[in-house]
Ligand binder design. Sequence first.
Ligand code: MIG
Length: 680
Amino acid sequence: MVNPLAILGTPTRVYKRHQPGARYFGCGERTGELEKTGTHQLFWNIDPPRGHTALQNNLYVSIPFTMVMADGQAWGLFLDSPARVEFDLAHEDPQRSWFGAENGDLVYYVFCGPTPQAVLERYTELTGRTPLPPLWSLGNGQSRFSYETAEEVRALARAFRERDIPCDTLYLDIDCLDGYRVFTWDNTRFPDPEGLLSELREMGFHVVCIVDAGVKVDENYEVYTEGRERDLYCKTPQGDDYQNAVWPGVCVFPDFTNPQARAWWGDLHQGLLDAGIMGIWSDMNEPALFIPLNSTMPSDVIHPGDGKARLHTQVHNAYGSLMVQAAREGLLRLQPQQRPFVISRSGYAGVQRHALIWTGDNSSTWEHLAMSLTQLLNLGLSGVGWAGADVGGFYGDTSGELLTRWTEFGIFQPFCRNHSEKQTRHQEPWVFGEPYTSTIRDLLKLRQRLLPYLYTLFEECHHTGAPLLRPLFWHYPEDTDTYGASDQFLCGDALLVAPITHPGAEYRHVYLPAGTWFHYWAGERFEGPAHILAHAPLGQPALYIRANTAIPFWPAMNYVGQAPADPLTLILYPASGSGNAALYEDTGDGYAYIEGEYARRTILCECDEKQIRVILGEQEGTFVPTCQRLHLELREVLTTPAEINLDDQPIAWYYDHEQRRVSINLAATANEQTIEVLFA
Ligand code: MIG
């Protein structure tokens, strides 16, 4: 027989002169530093061996895209190949970089900026953008490998509610399945999934269930026999179904390059939805195989596809994306009124259209907490704005301090979920007692309060591709001092977050870029650019708010929908100058927003020594927010105002000397409203 790999031809490469001063970022899911200049990057999806270190090159996701910053200007390069790709970023030769694929046509795109925003807007115009998530999915999530019985899940749910700790979503890992067969339930441990899930729904929880790529070879298992009858699995060069071992034992693997396989797979989710499952967690989709351990499919496995057969080596990096495409499209067909919630471990460029990415099996170490920042920042710079690392760490035992510090970062992650491995110490928020439990509770409540801010950022991400978490250079490309700031980030344009990532540390260095910033906890004011030493005791992560930028807060809640989001508080730190903020609201699920049922407004703030003027812009869109009242809180106002007017009429207000705060209550309306705070 002819070697099928012989048809592939030779690898292709494009060489580019490395401009002096050019600095590379992005490259998808990565460990190590934020900046990738001088490195060699491999793009080949794997389930890496236990414990990623900064030296780990390729992980579960491959996005052959780099954002380049040179003298304040950004450009990007995307090499579109799901085969094995390498980027040599001035590593071999400091004068040049190269970008190459092991097989296939050479297809690459160069995006001119000049801003990072413009580069990403164009890159995501090509590869697609993050859909608007259902609002509930932005709340806190709790997972473990695994909560093993219905009783254990019930007790978990009760524990969250009894302890008054926010949680929207619970995750069921593979032990809820019958012998790890996907789309089944273990009837002994989960005798009545429907009953369980409706009880949890009553308590305000959404439940997400895992779906692995491998299908157990078992004559008495309908999913397997149906897929075989329809001939939807990957093949050996000899034409048999390709088999390897994963959790269930010997398995076959759907050929997701085949649209019929995707349609079939998508429809299989019906049973889970009928039981009350609200989201799908796709795992092992690199695909990850056990023989040998941490391996993936051999190059010569055949994907029969849609008639044009391809070798695995030609499509490898797309397998995970195609699997979650199948899941998302299935959910959309089966329940068109709901926004699908799909989480994926593996993916290729454009995976953001189908699923969010979580960064897989991290470790409960301080090093990994620090590394999660750069992991998420580089994913965001590569089009995947909706992402998260498992809070508390997956492998190994976490500690109260590590979990709490991790939560301080986690509440700003676009996806916030605590998850851990079998046989590790439990790490639910209350496990370590005080002061950790109360601190974590307060932090999670802060996240829940911030949901209108995060949701507004998601809408921006959906429209422009801008990630939620941004390296400082995103907004300050001309300030090259920001290029090296990899241990802090902006969440949207209004929040600057600098997590503590060392045990026993309460202080850390923070770089504040140009502009006026206020310390969230103490109110201290800073003029950037400045290097400062932040005091960040447990529970008070170094968090700075940009002046004149209103942040919308909900009342504290333990899950989305627990109570009406009323009043909406706008927190604003005025300072000489002006600033702009946005607020986007809609029904939180479904697609009515496409028909105009949303509410968007801008909040402008202009200040000088004599006055603060806040203009709540006229609402765009037809959505009627549930909130009847607006609470405007002006912070760090050092003197008592002389008078305050709403649209030129005096209104009631309150000034708190000790807190240096002005509070104003307004009726929420769709009209423009101008608030003027005048000083003597
Ligand atoms: O081989 O489903 O990354 O989150 O708990 C391990 C069990 C399989 C890997 C996932 C992890 C999940 C675990 N899975």
